[in-house]
Design a protein. Structure first.
Length: 278
């Protein structure tokens, strides 16, 4: 829904988009492009959270001589920025493949006639691997990383507004007598942080989606600034808030689960390390 609302035409509001996708593509339309992100989400999340956590520890070691010390707000911000940069390197190709597959208006059908992939309505890609290989062959590495600039402008501030609110809300909800936050505090703080982050990241998310969808059938945008300019001239300021409801609603449960898994994993690993020490 997010991609269709941001980069597609004629979908209107969220409810209209849901009905249009279901009417034209049935339930399968809601799962287009899912396999590649699903296969890579574990690696992506572990790298981003690992970079964030280890950067915090490094900064605490350099500034205070104690890597286990609770990081200051500036350390959280710097670790968030580093995580944002790393996320772009991993996430851009994954998002590109997902969006290219989602922006095909019909599933690939084997046929004896030769399809004309430049004509809208005809599928270009047979699946995620074929999509990745086709883009790499036709557009090179630059094509795989199309939209990386917009993603950088989305993820660097986006991760700051992800980890900083989480740290703040988690500390605020957790009672003073508790050494560490309980699972409910982690779940709630993670959900609020995710909703805030995705809501504020929506304008650049729209630009990124449009840049990465561009090229399925034609090339409309020359770059990030050109995409912003054309989108504003043609559709006004409201275009940059397309999909904000979907982003915000989705951000809460996804981030809740992400932070809960992250914190519980850290606790489990620390407990194992303590038990194995002589």
């Amino acid at each position: 829904l997010q991609t269709r609302l941001q980069a597609g035409q004629g979908y209107g509001n969220t409810l209209s988009c849901v009905l249009t996708v279901y009417r034209n593509e049935s339930v399968a339309g809601f799962f287009k492009g899912m396999s590649f992100p699903l296969a890579s989400i574990a690696v992506y999340s572990s790298v981003v959270f690992g970079v964030f956590s280890n950067t915090q520890r490094l900064l605490s070691q350099l500034r205070h001589g104690d890597p286990s010390r609770t990081p200051a707000l500036v350390d959280v911000a710097l670790a968030s920025i580093v995580a944002g940069f790393v996320s772009v390197g991993i996430g851009t190709p994954v998002d590109l493949v997902k969006i290219r597959l989602q922006m095909q208006t019909q599933p690939y059908i084997e046929a004896k006639v030769k399809l004309k992939p430049t004509v809208p309505g005809f599928p270009v890609y047979r699946g995620p691997i074929h999509c990745f290989r086709t883009v790499l062959q036709k557009e090179g590495v630059a094509g795989i990383y199309r939209g990386a600039g917009a993603m950088l402008l989305r993820d660097v501030p986006g991760y700051c507004l992800y980890f900083i609110p989480y740290t703040f809300f988690c500390g605020w909800i957790t009672p003073d007598e508790c050494i560490s936050p309980n699972p409910f505090s982690i779940w709630l703080a993670g959900g609020v942080a995710g909703a805030i982050s995705w809501a504020t990241a929506t304008p650049m998310d729209v630009v990124k989606s449009r840049l990465q969808a561009d090229g399925v059938y034609l090339n409309k945008y020359k770059g990030t600034l050109d995409c912003i300019s054309q989108s504003y001239q043609n559709e006004g300021l409201k275009v940059f808030f397309r999909g904000i409801t979907v982003n915000t609603v989705r951000g809460f449960p996804v981030s809740s689960a992400m932070f809960l898994g992250y914190e519980l994993s850290l606790k489990a690993m620390k407990r194992d390390q303590t038990e194995t020490k002589p």
